[in-house]
Write a protein that binds this ligand. Structure first.
Ligand SMILES: [Zn+2]
Length: 444
């Protein structure tokens, strides 16, 4: 909870949506086998944690002098809780240090700073091993940039626009304001709940109403924050030498990520990669469960989904920008990506395998490797990952905890192609999984 509140997210996306992303990846052929990024960065990690902790201490001291009393100590609780949680993520190697992505982001910030000297000099950049196109800034001077931005966005200018948006959040101290309103609301709710207890009737319903109004209020506040960060961010961005229209084009790209529908995994692909010398392909692996008898209404969400969306519809943000800044009104074609950007795009695409392995999304990893193989991309590399993922799936199946690593079929929320894939995976027996794992591990 504290974590979520602490961050000002550009967009919040579920892992499921990764599927859409992965299914759109373009085909590119190359002769060399891709070498994964070396994550032996123990020294940098240690250094980061040291600086992060002392930065956080300073932050808390400042805040306590600014907000004495109960509010100050509540804030302190939130910040130290967050610090603990964030350091845990760093230790868990959720971020990479001193990578090619780092230097790119730093050079983009330098370019922004040329005409915006007010941008702080000592920003910390962290690259997250996360495939979703997302970025956020922390209450100190740390900016987190997800690797996924590099293969979802089109060029340097679009990455710079995301950084500018985050700078907008930073300028307005949105995360601090969100905490203050959270603390304030908590106190109000406590009073309301007390007075409600006097009325025995409909107690549960009333408690639910409180929760609901709170969730709605939060999403409206968040929406305003996003719109404000867009305006402030664009004010920085337009002064730089980046192509102005890319600020809107980046938002359009993120909107696509939300709505795109997945490409199919063909039956031939299953047959091609699961017909092995020691094990023939079985048609029954592709059998689908019949879900027509389930009553999905039973699980219907109680809260209205639209109002709950944690970031405002991107379309609305684009409209706002176009009214505030008339030069953005007409749409224009994106400039071609620089060579260095194209290399990063490829690196991010290849690293997506390692990222899914790191987050233990083994089922998704298999699905994504199969799609890359279907596209004829980096065959040896992706077969190696098939072996790694399948051996994890084997262990999980043996230990009866496959549910943790492989989704259940959910016809309401999954594409046909992904449902087919899940049916296939759940239809495999323990021995069959082992044969596949052994085959692809030996191959690599
Ligand atoms: Zn934002």
């Amino acid at each position: 909870m504290a974590n979520e509140l602490f961050l000002s997210l550009l967009t919040i996306m579920t892992k499921k949506k990764l599927l859409f992303l992965l299914s759109l990846i373009s085909i590119s052929f190359s002769a060399q086998i891709y070498r994964p990024i070396d994550t032996a960065d123990y020294i940098q990690r240690k250094e980061f944690i040291k600086n992060f902790s002392s930065g956080n201490e300073m932050l808390v001291r400042n805040i306590k002098s600014k907000y004495p009393g109960k509010t100050g100590s509540e804030l302190e609780k939130i910040y130290s809780e967050f610090e603990k949680d964030f350091i845990k993520q760093v230790k868990n190697k959720d971020f990479i240090f001193a990578s090619v992505f780092d230097s790119k982001v730093k050079s983009l910030i330098e370019r922004l700073r040329k005409n915006n000297p007010e941008i702080p000099k000592n920003l910390n950049i962290l690259i997250a091993k996360d495939n979703t196109p997302n970025a956020y800034c922390l209450a100190d001077r740390t900016f987190v940039i997800n690797m996924g931005l590099f293969y979802w966005l089109d060029n340097d200018d679009q990455i710079a626009s995301v950084i500018s948006h985050e700078l907008g959040h930073k300028m307005e101290e949105h995360s601090l304001k969100a905490f203050l309103s959270y603390i304030n609301q908590n106190q109000k709710d406590r009073i309301t709940v007390k007075s409600l207890k006097a009325v025995k009737e409909n107690q549960k319903q009333n408690a639910f109403e409180i929760l609901k109004s709170r969730v709605y209020k939060k999403s409206i506040e968040k929406r305003n924050d996003e719109i404000q960060a867009d305006s402030l961010g664009y004010a920085v961005f337009r002064k730089s030498d980046f192509s102005k229209s890319e600020f809107v084009n980046a938002l359009k790209k993120l909107q696509q990520f939300d709505t795109i529908s997945p490409r199919q995994l063909k039956v031939e692909t299953y047959k091609k990669y699961f017909t092995l010398p020691q094990q023939e392909f079985k048609e029954k692996w592709l059998n689908k469960e019949d879900f027509s008898l389930y009553n999905y209404n039973h699980f219907k969400e109680k809260l209205d989904k639209d109002s709950l969306s944690s970031h405002p519809e991107v379309a609305l943000r684009i409209e706002k920008l176009k009214t505030t800044f008339p030069e953005l009104a007409s749409s224009s074609v994106s400039p071609e990506a620089s060579e260095s950007f194209k290399n990063l795009e490829k690196t991010a695409r290849m690293e997506s395998m390692s990222n899914l392995y790191h987050s233990e999304d083994y089922g998704l990893g298999i699905y994504a490797s199969l799609q890359s193989l279907q596209d004829g991309e980096e065959e040896i590399y992706h077969k190696m990952w098939l072996g790694k993922y399948f051996s994890k799936i084997y262990e999980a199946r043996k230990n009866y905890n496959l549910n943790r690593y492989l989704d259940r079929v959910d016809p309401k929320n999954q594409s046909e192609s992904y449902q087919q894939f899940l049916n296939f995976m759940w239809n495999l027996s323990l021995d069959e999984i082992k044969n596949i794992a052994d085959y692809y591990q030996k191959k690599s």
